[in-house]
Structure formats: structure tokens, C-alpha cells
Design a protein around this ligand. Structure first.
Ligand SMILES: [Zn+2]
Length: 268
């Protein structure tokens, strides 16, 4: 992300406003600045990984305050590595902000046409993907299943259904596990080669084994859905080799970081 701002002890990444449509915002939390003890140290924002919910609530409050958003408006999904996309209307704003049970069940994509309705996706190696239209935005959680199932393309299709031209949308890939660290078995590699082709570079052989490039695959998903290549931005960090992030591959039992997107309804 183009910009980093740090409150005392806190590290939030902020996508540069110059690359975002007017009034749209994307922020990404890291491990730093929360209250959770190991192995959730420290800014774990997930209720689903075994951390003390009191700590998670405090961490979510820290994140929302840093973004100058009311936590009660931030909307969460109970993610399930599936392909379901939920439209978040005014009545659903803030679902799941205080508990997992209240979050949209079995949902890995959220979209909204509402201003002041922040949408959050939690990750630890999977890709947070944002798609911004003019007056409608979507966010997705894509690991290998969501990538192969084209969840990003589904989000684009849902925005198209709401009158957004795909060629005018902008896509953003947040930090995730990259092909430096993401070894997969031959079977999974074969599924990606079958889907994207040998020449795509989505899979490559290295001394460590078969490496899978989920960022590339999701970029191709967005392009196939109609986004222009120059309107797809990738943050570039690898969660597995950068200690600022939670990484399931690296650490097993660990916390989750959040990508949060919202429209403020003004150009600010
Ligand atoms: Zn890496």
C-alpha cells in the first residue's frame, strides 16, 4: 500500500488516495498495536481463532478508532472459504462487529451501495480483495478455494448487476501469501494449471516444490471479469515472510488481520 501511518505502537497500512476512486478508502491492519497475548499477538481481530473475545473486542476498537470509524458500523462475515457474496444494506450495517454469531454465516464476499458502511475481511495468508465501483464496493476473502472458484469475479458480477461497468472498476489485492512461500502439492498445482494454463505463470516449479501465485490468479480472475489490467493494484507484501502479518502457513494457531473498505460519501 502506498502509505503507512502509525499511531503509537500501532501499524495500519493505508492505500494511497491517489489510486482510489474519490470517497473510497482501503485500510489494512497488521499484527502491531493490539492487546492479545501470543500466539495472537497482538492486534488479532478474529473471534474465530480461539483468542479471548474480550481482547478481540478491544483490538477491533483500536482498529476502528485508528480509522476514525464507529466499530458498530463495521460489518463482518463468518468466513468459510466459500463463494457466497452478501449485499449489506442499511439494515445490515455493522453485523458481526461484536460477535461471530451475528456475522453473515458462510460468507466470503461482502458488497454495499451504502456510504458509511465499512466492510471487513479477515486474513492470515489468504487474499483480501477489494473491488471499487462508482457508488458500490465489494470485498472478498480468497484462499486457494476462493481463487479457483473465482470469488473475485463473482463480486465483480454482483457489482455489474447493480449497474457498475466492469471496465471502470478498480481492483486491489492486499497482502497475502506469495509464490516465494506458497508451496502446494502436485494435485492442487494441476488444478490451477488446468484453470489458468501453463503459460500464465500461476504455478512454477522451484527447489522447494510447486509454488502457487494466488495474487496472479486473482489478478487474472479480475481481468476475466472485465477489469482493465492497469486498474488492478497489488499491495505486494507476502504475509508468510513478513513478520508484520499473521500467517497461518508460518505459525498455525495465530490471529487474523483485517482489510476494511468503505465509502465516506465525500471526496475525502
Ligand atoms: Zn514469502
Amino acid at each position: 500500500m502506498a502509505q503507512t501511518h502509525s499511531l503509537p505502537g500501532l501499524l495500519i497500512l493505508d492505500w494511497g488516495a491517489s489510486e482510489l476512486p474519490p470517497g473510497c478508502h482501503i485500510a489494512m491492519s497488521t499484527r502491531r498495536g493490539g492487546v492479545s497475548p501470543p500466539p495472537y499477538d497482538s492486534l488479532n481481530v478474529s473471534y474465530a481463532v480461539g483468542d479471548d473475545p474480550v481482547s478481540v473486542t478491544r483490538n477491533r476498537g483500536i482498529l476502528a478508532a485508528a480509522l476514525r470509524l464507529p466499530l458498530s458500523a463495521v460489518t463482518f462475515a463468518a468466513q468459510a472459504h466459500g463463494l457466497r457474496v452478501q449485499d449489506v444494506g442499511e439494515m445490515e450495517r455493522g453485523r458481526g462487529h461484536a460477535s461471530l454469531g451475528d456475522a453473515f454465516a458462510g460468507t466470503d464476499g461482502l458488497l454495499t451501495e451504502q456510504v458509511a458502511t465499512p466492510l471487513a475481511i479477515l486474513t492470515a495468508d489468504c487474499y483480501p480483495i477489494a473491488v471499487m465501483g462508482d457508488g458500490a464496493i465489494a470485498i472478498a476473502h480468497a484462499g486457494w478455494r476462493g481463487t479457483l472458484g473465482n470469488l473475485a469475479g463473482r463480486c465483480v458480477a454482483e457489482l455489474v448487476r447493480r449497474g457498475q461497468p466492469a471496465g471502470e472498476m478498480t481492483g486491489y489485492l492486499g497482502p497475502g501469501i506469495r509464490d516465494c512461500c506458497y508451496t502446494v502439492d502436485e494435485g492442487r498445482a494441476a488444478a490451477f494449471v488446468e484453470r489458468y494454463g501453463e503459460e500464465s505463470g500461476v504455478c512454477s516449479r522451484s527447489p522447494k516444490g510447486m509454488m502457487l501465485d494466488l495474487a496472479m490468479a486473482n489478478r487474472l480472475n479480475l481481468q476475466a471479469a472485465g477489469l482493465q489490467a492497469h486498474r488492478i493494484f497489488s499491495q505486494g507484501d507476502c504475509t508468510a515472510c513478513n513478520p508484520e502479518y499473521f500467517s497461518y502457513r508460518r505459525d498455525g494457531l495465530t490471529g487474523r488481520q483485517a482489510m476494511v473498505i468503505w465509502m465516506s460519501g465525500d471526496a475525502g
